[in-house]
Design a binder for this molecule. Structure first.
Ligand SMILES: Nc1nc2c(ncn2[C@@H]2O[C@H](COP(=O)(O)OP(=O)(O)OP(=O)(O)O)[C@@H](O)[C@H]2O)c(=O)[nH]1
Length: 328
């Protein structure tokens, strides 16, 4: 059980691990309080603690299963904000120092600008309570140190997010055509397989490959060849629905995953692409054609099996004279 949890968390991001740890620790912290309140027969607090337990369990389980991550993170964030205000305004003055870890943690739960706004709001909300209890110099020191702490985390998390966005784009995007790359294709294909196993969702793969691309490169040069690859990507993108995704699988071969579609839908899309390429008259580029192979995902198929059947259909199109569509 523990091994499984560790394995699932390792597959997630640092953010997921932080959210899971906070939710799991909060769950464990509330358990003895619930027992104490049952013994005290304080039914109002028992109900409150029970709600907290359910929420923390809900968050931890969802993060472990890799679903509803954003919602779970935000729910935990709201609990943390309420917890921060509660802790700071009640009890000992020393409780105010919980604001530091609290403010750091909310940057894990919300976007930098939302977290910054929450930090400002919490600071303003708790100020009247702290003003009554703290000596003026201590209160000044508290706020003067909280401010740079929050600003530092804000700029740090903003920069981290931008870096993360760039890196994940580089990891999943083809640099030449700005379509998805092979890694992104594999991930999406795996999602299709999971969806088919869970809900019988039908998904279709369209593979297509430039015809006689070597000849085109030899006759017009590699740079023109690159422009043709960009051109065909633009044309194809224009023929797709928002749910269909185009990937460059390598060299001059592309794949389109058509989600929640039947073979007939995919055939319609391939025909539209073929027609658009035919109608496309770009005076700066040589004429070109492409060949297609289409395969619907079958039960118990792996990504490789699915691709292999589409590839066989594509080969058939090449064998039959190119510039045509074959179905597996
Ligand atoms: N310009 C350009 N050419 C590429 C790129 N990647 C692969 N190629 C070329 O694509 C060509 C593929 O040649 P082949 O596999 O023989 O296929 P083909 O000439 O298209 O022939 P058929 O597929 O049978 O119609 C090779 O000449 C590669 O150099 C690229 O990124 N840019």
């Amino acid at each position: 059980m523990l091994g499984k949890i560790r394995e699932r968390l390792r597959a997630g991001t640092l953010l997921d691990r932080v959210v899971f740890t906070v939710a799991a620790l909060s769950f464990l912290a509330v358990c003895p309080m619930l027992v104490a309140r049952i013994i005290e027969r304080n039914w109002f607090m028992v109900t409150l603690d029970a709600i907290l337990l359910v929420m923390f369990a809900f968050i931890a389980v969802n993060v472990m299963r890799g679903r509803y991550l954003d919602v779970s993170r935000r729910i935990l964030g709201v609990f943390m904000v309420l917890g921060m205000i509660g802790t700071t305004t009640m009890g000992d003055t020393g409780n105010a120092y919980w604001l530091y870890p609290g403010f750091i943690a909310i940057f894990f739960m919300f976007s930098p600008i939302v977290a910054l706004s929450i930090a400002v709001l919490v600071s303003v909300t708790v100020f009247p309570f702290l003003y009554e209890r703290f000596a003026a110099t201590n209160l000044f020191t508290l706020y003067a140190t909280l401010l740079p702490t929050v600003l530092f985390i804000y700029f740090f998390s903003k920069d981290l997010r931008a870096q993360h966005k760039t890196l994940s784009m580089q990891a999943t995007e083809d640099y030449l055509t700005q379509t998805g790359n092979r890694r992104a294709f594999n991930d999406e294909a795996q999602l299709c397989i999971d969806a088919l196993n869970k809900s019988n969702a039908s998904n279709v793969l369209i593979l297509f490959d430039m015809d006689h691309f070597k000849r085109l490169n030899d006759a017009h040069g590699h740079v023109t060849g690159d422009s043709v690859l960009k051109d065909v990507s633009n044309i194809v993108q224009g023929c797709l629905r928002s749910t269909d995704k185009l990937y460059r699988l390598g060299g001059e071969e592309f794949g389109i995953i058509v989600r929640h579609a039947l073979l007939s839908d995919a055939l319609g899309i391939a025909q539209k692409i073929r027609q658009s390429i035919d109608n496309n008259k770009n005076e700066h580029l040589p004429d070109y054609t492409v060949s297609f192979g289409i395969a619907e995902l079958l039960k118990n198929e792996s990504v490789e099996d699915w691709m292999s059947r589409a590839d066989k259909a594509l080969y058939q199109s090449k064998q039959n004279g190119r510039d045509q569509i074959s179905i597996a």
